[in-house]
Design a protein around this ligand. Structure first.
Ligand code: G3I
Length: 385
């Protein structure tokens, strides 16, 4: 008779555990919806839990992914398909097919939709700013083109979108205004107009300013200045989005809390938008998400091609845990936390600031499975009860 060693017993026990666990998951999936603990159920009384959807995800190309999106999130933002260049590439041409599908999908899944974005210096066609000779147009021409765009796009989804990122990334790191083509043509005029036109197109929806590196106090002070400029003229703004393109090393608790308080003090909602935690080396020494930053990838800057070491996965989970503790502490001020992507395989961070790297910034892995960060976030939600 063959004697089974301790190692084999452990393996058999582990397999029984895995199979038992799989059966439990199957049984769970056939149970009622209330039995499932998910991100959206865990934080339903606190803040919305959102994600960004790519074109493929809107099309529902992958069943497992579609099921995950419906199960875990109660809010969606189009990662790209509502950007100016994609939705309105030519003066007389609009692409509404994917945006329409996104809104219908969200309604089917009982999810809110956040529109992204109306006035942004990036992913915007030159025709918006230029005349037939390629010269910049005057401010009145710009305003009339902006109004046409906003009326058409916001108007189409009137009553079906919770809020729009009306203005995106209009600031430099020191809080001064970005010298975009919008700004070159109109100074700060386009900022007032964007909010005015958006409000007129759908007076019920929420209007947001959205930017990255908002843990940087000079930058958040710039955002506060924009909000005050609008409020001083009686123009509505409802919230400020802090894009969470962060890493294992930042932001600090002090920075984050200070920024949340500065926004809340204006009577505005705080939203954590575009959340992802970069785990890769940063020899480029940059933070944030300035899309035009572009570096050459190197082997040293891409060390986890074959998998993320447990030690780094733990740091990643710890960072999410500490962030969600702060979000939960400020749940009365924070309306939404949106991840910038569904799973690691689809994150823009695999291609920025250098193309072709293997990053692990989200809370679901490349096989759509929850990571340690997910477990820690859920645990925070469960502790509160
Ligand atoms: O769709 C084309 C595809 O046809 C083509 O083959 C491929 C070749 O590179 O490019 C595809 O388009 C890419 C698109 O993402 C869809 O994947 C663009 O090149 C690429 O520039 C674009 O990047 C997006 C980026 O914004 C620029 O719009 C990222 O997915 C998106 O995550 C990122 O999101 C921004 C937020 O909107 C604003 N805040 C910063 C954030 C990160 O940059």
């Amino acid at each position: 008779m063959k004697i089974i060693g301790l190692k084999s017993i452990v393996i058999v026990a582990a397999l029984v555990g895995v199979i038992g666990c799989q059966n439990a998951q199957k049984a769970d999936s056939s149970n009622s919806e209330e039995a499932k603990v998910t991100l959206r159920s865990t934080f339903q009384d606190d803040f919305l839990i959102g994600t960004a959807l790519s074109a493929g995800q809107i099309m529902g190309n992958n069943e497992l992914e579609s099921e995950l999106i419906a199960r875990e999130f109660n809010c969606v933002t189009p990662e790209n398909v509502m950007k100016f260049m994609l939705i309105h590439p030519q003066p007389d041409s609009f692409n509404f097919e994917l945006p329409d599908k996104l809104v219908a999908l969200a309604e089917k899944n009982d999810q809110e939709v956040i529109g992204h974005t109306l006035a942004w210096h990036s992913q915007v066609p030159n025709w918006l700013f230029e005349d037939e000779n390629g010269e910049l147009v005057d401010s009145l021409t710009l305003y009339s083109r902006m109004k046409e765009h906003i009326d058409m796009v916001v108007g189409r989804y009137k009553g079906r979108i919770k809020g729009w990122d009306v203005l995106n990334e209009a600031l430099n790191e020191d809080g001064s205004f970005r010298n975009s083509k919008f700004y070159q043509i109109s100074g700060t005029g386009y900022i007032y107009k964007a909010f005015e036109y958006a409000n007129a197109a759908d007076p019920e929806m929420e209007l947001y300013y959205n930017d990255y590196n908002m843990h940087n106090q000079a930058k958040v002070d710039g955002a506060v200045r924009i909000a005050k400029m609008l409020q001083d003229r009686g123009i509505r703004i409802d919230g400020i989005g802090m894009q969470g393109h962060w890493s294992l090393n930042y932001p600090s608790q002090e920075q984050l809390e200070s920024s949340i308080k500065k926004i809340s003090d204006l009577g505005l909602q705080v939203m954590i938008t575009e959340l992802d935690i970069d785990v890769l080396p940063n020899p480029y020494n940059i933070t944030g998400a300035n899309i035009s930053d572009n570096f050459k990838a190197s082997k040293e800057a891409n060390p986890y091609v074959d998998g993320l070491p447990d030690s780094v996965n733990q740091l990643h989970a710890n960072k999410y845990e500490s962030l969600f503790k702060i979000f939960y502490k400020y749940k009365d001020n924070i309306d939404r936390v949106t991840f910038w992507g569904v799973h690691d395989g689809h994150s823009w961070k695999n291609n920025w600031p250098a193309r072709g790297r293997t990053n692990y910034c989200l809370i679901f892995d490349r096989q759509y499975q929850p990571k340690l960060a997910y477990e820690k976030i859920i645990a925070i939600g469960e502790e509160k009860e």
